[in-house]
Design a protein around this ligand. Structure first.
Ligand SMILES: [Zn+2]
Length: 366
């Protein structure tokens, strides 16, 4: 049987915690990562109805997008919304895990799910995150170039965009003198040895650092391999907020709004004045995306689809772009499908099911 921690590992491999925003509180909200997991229910929000559903399903894990503890919690007292949820979860032995902005900040996450459903392709991150990658440089005897490089690749190094197995190598000479007590792969104790070596440089996502160094030490023939790890300031377009991509065939604004309405079952779409230009380039940010309006404009999006916009936000496009607020819940509703799929792909026989409850707290009086 999988443990709660096994399920968390799957989620954090796809959406590593280091990608969450500083204000966020993703991770295990309450519970025990070492406990066995009887099944998982996925939802956008935690509500009492979702906890009741998990209890009825005999699932002891609920994976949500929005962390129930977000603002600092000063007390757990019955009668308050968050407290009641936590008390109910703890009393019923329900573990809660939140996968929030770390899932917003991967290209295949919340926004990838929106893009896929609207037929948006050639996608890239709208606001790339910084400090997501590092580079490892090491020096190996020429005989071990392929095997060390293969071990680094297998641990997740060497992926850049749609390319894998990326590395640079150059030939040179390594010099060293083994001291008494050393067990050198090559060379003699007390004598300076010169060995033809290859310098290998390869990049990797920062969160994989321990796996990468483990792969280096287990594949490198030297007793004490020489290596450097450096942080990179490059922007990589798989990690960051929002997403931008293209429609295969341009659409009329009204047709694209109809497509959004049908796809997301929105009660209403609030939008800025029509620009009377066809929609080809589409930017999206599930949830609250007002901070990315200027990025969407800078990247020449024809439409920016998000939620939680305020009155004044609708002035910003100034005729250059269509701005559409489709609702916070509506834009992120398919995240529960995504979370369930992430777990199912790794553990096909594990009991995971998205919630059947509509947790949208916003209602429309039509
Ligand atoms: Zn949200």
């Amino acid at each position: 049987m999988q443990s709660i921690g096994d399920i968390i590992n799957v989620l954090e491999t796809e959406a590593p915690l280091f990608l969450q925003e500083v204000y966020d509180n993703s991770g295990l909200v309450c519970g025990d990562a070492n406990a066995p997991c009887s099944g998982a229910t996925t939802a956008l929000d935690l509500t009492e109805a979702v906890i009741d559903e998990a209890i009825a399903r005999k699932h002891n894990l609920i994976v949500v997008h929005h962390p129930p503890i977000f603002a600092p919690l000063k007390r757990i007292a019955k009668g308050e919304f968050v407290s009641d949820l936590l008390i109910k979860a703890i009393v019923n032995n329900i573990n809660i895990y939140a996968c929030h902005t770390n899932l917003d900040n991967v290209l295949w996450g919340v926004n990838g799910e929106i893009a896929k459903r609207l037929g948006v392709t050639q996608t890239r991150v709208l606001v790339p995150a910084a400090d997501t990658h590092k580079k490892i440089t090491t020096f190996v005897p020429a005989s071990h170039l392929d095997s060390v490089r293969a071990a680094l690749f297998a641990a997740g190094a060497g992926k850049i965009g749609k390319y894998e197995a990326c590395s640079f190598s150059a030939s040179g000479s390594g010099n060293f003198k083994p001291l008494a007590g050393a067990d050198p792969f090559i060379g003699e104790i007390g004598k300076i040895h010169t060995e033809p070596e290859e310098r290998i440089e390869v990049i990797f996502p920062s969160h994989l650092e321990s796996a990468i160094t483990k792969a280096l030490f287990s594949s490198h023939p030297y007793e004490t391999p020489a290596y450097d790890i450096l942080g990179l300031e490059n922007n990589f377009h798989e990690f960051g907020g929002g997403l931008i991509g293209n429609l295969e065939n341009p659409m009329k604004e009204s047709d694209f709004l109809s497509l959004i309405k049908a796809t997301f079952s929105t009660g209403i779409i609030r939008h800025s004045p029509l620009t009377n230009k066809p929609i080809k380039t589409v930017a999206v940010c599930g949830g609250s995306g007002k901070s990315m309006i200027s990025s969407a404009l800078r990247n020449n999006a024809d439409i920016f689809l998000t939620g939680d916009l305020g009155y004044h936000d609708f002035f910003s496009p100034n005729g250059r772009m269509l701005l559409a607020d489709i609702g916070h819940f509506e834009s992120e509703q398919y995240t529960s499908d995504l979370l369930a799929r992430m777990i199912k792909e790794k553990f096909p026989t594990f009991a995971v099911l998205k919630t059947g409850i509509n947790t949208n707290p916003v209602n429309y009086f039509l």
